[in-house]
Design a protein. Structure first.
Length: 211
């Protein structure tokens, strides 16, 4: 077994770093300097022709797109670790559904809201109408996730999986960046707190604090 993980700190690759840490599998890291254009160099484009992080090479086979990587890690290494449901079970179908939902629906709405409100993006591109639209969409999706957690500790049941790790990673930075009011949500804050206490999250927070 060999895994090479291509990443850049404080990027979308953080979600994969958390999952690899949770799984406890050995992996080699290759850090890219995105400002220097490492992602456009031929040696990296041979791994990911899309020229973005994260990317991995698992036993000689390159992979890119974070959701695909999460699924591959879960199915290959996560079942025996208890971090991914057994293939073919209802929980496995739930995991696939909520993982993709988190990145396509929830993260999409949150990022679109940020693009129209956050100082990271040029103010001349901010659109008030779009900001209002994506704020409502984000709030509706957060309520949907909150309802999912009403009768369970974790998204697919009573055990934490890579789905929880992935979605909590997204919400950790997104809620901090957007300042969306979540005071009406009863279950999501407790779930986020449980995930944030996991060693992988604590370790990453310490690394970011140190840097």
């Amino acid at each position: 077994m060999s895994i090479t993980f291509y990443f850049s700190p404080m990027s979308n690759a953080s979600r994969i770093m958390l999952s690899l840490t949770e799984l406890g599998v050995p992996f080699e890291t290759v850090q890219l300097d995105l400002r220097a254009g490492d992602q456009r160099k031929p040696e990296f484009l041979a791994v990911n022709p899309n020229g973005k992080v994260p990317a991995v090479v698992i036993d000689g086979t390159p992979m890119f797109e974070s959701v695909a990587i999460q699924i591959a890690l879960g199915e290959r290494y996560g079942v025996e670790k208890g971090l991914w449901p057994q293939l073919g079970t209802p929980a496995h179908l739930d995991a696939l559904t909520w993982l993709v939902w988190g990145q396509v629906s929830l993260a999409g709405a949150l990022f679109s809201y940020m693009m129209n409100t956050n100082d990271w993006f040029p103010k001349e591109r901010h659109n008030t109408a779009q900001a209002e639209h994506y704020l409502k969409e984000s709030q509706d999706l957060l309520r949907l996730l909150d309802a999912r957690l009403e009768d369970r500790d974790y998204i697919t049941g009573e055990r934490c999986t890579l789905v929880d790790i992935d979605l909590a990673s997204v919400l950790g930075w997104a809620l901090q960046s957007t300042k969306i009011d979540t005071s009406d949500l009863k279950h999501l804050p407790g779930w986020l707190a449980r995930i944030s206490r996991r060693p992988s999250f604590v370790s990453m927070h310490q690394q970011h604090t140190a840097s």
